[in-house]
Write a protein that binds this ligand. Sequence first.
Ligand SMILES: [Zn+2]
Length: 106
Amino acid sequence: MLSILLGHTVSLIDKYAFESRSRSGCSNSDYQLCQTECCGRFGVEDDELLDFYFDPTDLTRHIFIGHDVSCPFCGKQGWNFIEIDDFAEMPAEWRWAAPRDLRERL
Ligand SMILES: [Zn+2]
């Protein structure tokens, strides 16, 4: 509730945990868990560098979404995604990247 009042939501993706595996990003990178609207798959967006990570087991696999690219899962053109901020909706394969306090609530 507090985070909504402050005008930003707390990300489900912990920057430190994510970058310790991805070895990428930049100091201004922030990460959001996203779900595609076309096929309902999950990925992680770096909203500074506009990279979209789509494989939780291989973070070298990402695409640059600043250009017109098709969905990495189903190939749809003009795809979109929504940001997920409810831990309950976070798929198991991405939970290693969640902030520790959320992971320990399991
Ligand atoms: Zn898709």
